[in-house]
Design a protein around this ligand. Structure first.
Ligand SMILES: [Zn+2]
Length: 104
C-alpha cells in the first residue's frame, strides 16, 4: 500500500481508529501536555489538543506519536510546508520572460 508514496513526506491516510482510539490514547499518555522539546531543555508543556507523527507519517504506533499544542503543531507543519515548497521551486525550470519583445 505504500507504492507511489516513496520520496514523499505527504501524510498518508489516518487509520479508521485514529479518532476513536489512537489519538485519545496518545493524549492520555502525554497527559494532554505539549511534548515539543524546548531549546533550553524540557518540553513546551502547554495544553495539547493535537497528535503529531514524530517521524514517518505512515507509522501510527504510539512510539511515533506525540501530543502537541496548536501553536507548536502549526509551527512544525508550516516548516514542513515551506521545505516542500522550496523543493518544488528548485525542481521547476526557470520561467522565460514573458512580454519581452524585440524592438522593431
Ligand atoms: Zn507547545
Amino acid at each position: 500500500m505504500s507504492g507511489g508514496w516513496e520520496g514523499s513526506n505527504r501524510r498518508a491516510e489516518l487509520p479508521p481508529n485514529w479518532y476513536s482510539e489512537i489519538r485519545p490514547e496518545v493524549l492520555r499518555r502525554d497527559r494532554r501536555r505539549c511534548q515539543w522539546p524546548q531549546p533550553a531543555g524540557g518540553i513546551c508543556g502547554a495544553h495539547a489538543n493535537q497528535v503529531d507523527h514524530i517521524g514517518d507519517g505512515d507509522d501510527h504506533r504510539p512510539a511515533n506519536l506525540q501530543a502537541l499544542c496548536e501553536t507548536c503543531h502549526r509551527r512544525k507543519t508550516s516548516a514542513q510546508g515551506n521545505t516542500a515548497r522550496w523543493a518544488e521551486r528548485a525542481r521547476r525550470p526557470p520561467e522565460r520572460h514573458p512580454g519581452f519583445i524585440d524592438p522593431p
